[in-house]
Design a protein around this ligand. Structure first.
Ligand SMILES: [Zn+2]
Length: 373
């Protein structure tokens, strides 16, 4: 880690103070205005609030399914006036006094999870439950769909972008890849030779498909309602694709696994129906790994599961796997850029939401929003 010399630091902070007293500085951002309402508008450019903060100039960001949930009003703790977005790549513009890992000019990957690095949960690597962080960007504080963003606890919440890395591929590492890998693949304990079923071929289901192949399962069955997404799943390594609109997938999966069911069933949708599929297709000794965000209660069929040595897991992404995933993307073992279907400029972010919100018709998986430099 490079450190500034004391003299340089002094010069820098006197410049910084000078910058901070210019309250008129504005920037463009996508701002939540309450359920169903959003605006692309000018907001005050963020400034350092704590010594552990950095301010980033954004380079690339994206829209998450979670942002659509916020837009529907499903996440009431998001207050009108909040800038959305919790993913992306940026360049460090200013750093607080206590930041030691980053300096102005560094290109960094933003984690969707902010970690103070010292609370009880952080010490247990459960950063998602950090007492001073967790998922706060574009949720409890302003997010990344803007020209600039303030990142708290920068030392433990940002990652350096390797030289020559593909910024767009890396933007998939802020959230969807670690979420799919940690909540689906790691919790599901995918092993070589396993049969795996992934229920849902949205961006998270497809990211699960990419990362589960690190463990060489013998069978990867991907289930969805959408033919376009199933086609992508086939290209990305699914051994079987099943359209649940067209066939009895429970029957089909049983017949494909000698009547036993799958070793790992990964729920990547978040509905009672898709969770129920997992209960019906799991083999004795199997793991049901839930990734989906559930808004309604599901029926737990314990009468069928109690004697089958089943493990059911739930988890929020901790992003502890991000450094490992960065290496696998850099080496080309995982190619998350395959999930990017559409590109927009930040000034087109309103249109980007319209397109992303109409996924089936627009055949969209992940969108990249680039910031004019
Ligand atoms: Zn913490």
């Amino acid at each position: 880690m490079q450190k500034e010399t004391p003299t340089k630091q002094k010069e820098f902070h006197s410049q910084l103070n000078h910058v901070e007293v210019r309250p008129e500085e504005k920037m463009w951002a996508l701002v939540y205005q309450g359920p169903g309402k959003r605006r692309y508008e000018q907001k005050t450019k963020p400034s350092l609030q704590q010594s552990t903060d950095v301010i980033l100039k954004m380079v690339k960001t994206t829209i998450c399914g979670t942002d659509l949930h916020i837009m529907k009003g499903d996440v009431p703790e998001v207050k009108p006036g909040t800038i959305l977005g919790h993913e992306g790549i940026g360049i460090v513009e200013t750093v607080g006094d206590a930041v030691s890992n980053f300096k102005p000019g560094d290109k960094v990957l933003i984690s969707c999870i902010t970690a103070d690095g010292h609370c009880e949960y952080c010490r247990r690597a459960m950063y998602s439950h950090c007492e001073n962080g967790g998922w706060i960007l574009g949720h409890l504080i302003d997010g990344t769909q803007a020209e600039y963003v303030r990142i708290p606890f920068a030392d433990t919440s940002l990652y350096p972008v390797p030289i020559g890395a593909d910024d767009e591929a890396l933007a998939m590492l802020s959230d969807i890849l670690p979420t799919a890998y940690e909540c689906g693949v790691l919790n599901g304990e995918v092993k070589p030779g396993d049969s795996v079923a992934i229920i849902g071929a949205g961006p998270i289901g497809l990211a699960t498909l990419l990362t589960c192949q690190l463990y060489s399962p013998a069978q990867i069955i991907v289930v969805d309602l959408d033919e376009y997404r199933l086609g992508i799943a086939k290209k990305l390594g699914a051994t079987t694709i099943l359209n649940s609109k067209q066939s009895d997938i429970v029957e089909k999966i049983r017949s494909m696994t000698d009547g036993k069911g799958v070793d790992v069933a990964i729920e990547a949708v978040g509905t009672p129906e898709t969770f129920d599929y997992c209960q019906k297709i799991i083999a004795p000794g199997g793991h049901i790994a839930n990734i989906g965000v559930h808004g309604k209660s599901v029926e737990l069929k314990l009468q069928d599961l109690w004697s089958k040595n089943i493990t059911i897991t739930t988890r929020l992404v901790d992003t502890e796997s991000t450094p490992m995933l960065l290496k696998t993307v850099q080496s080309g073992k995982i190619t998350p850029q395959a999930l990017i279907t559409h590109h927009f400029k930040l000034s087109e972010v309103m249109k980007a939401y319209d397109v992303f919100g109409n996924a089936e018709k627009e055949q969209v998986l992940k969108v990249i929003i680039s910031h004019d430099q």
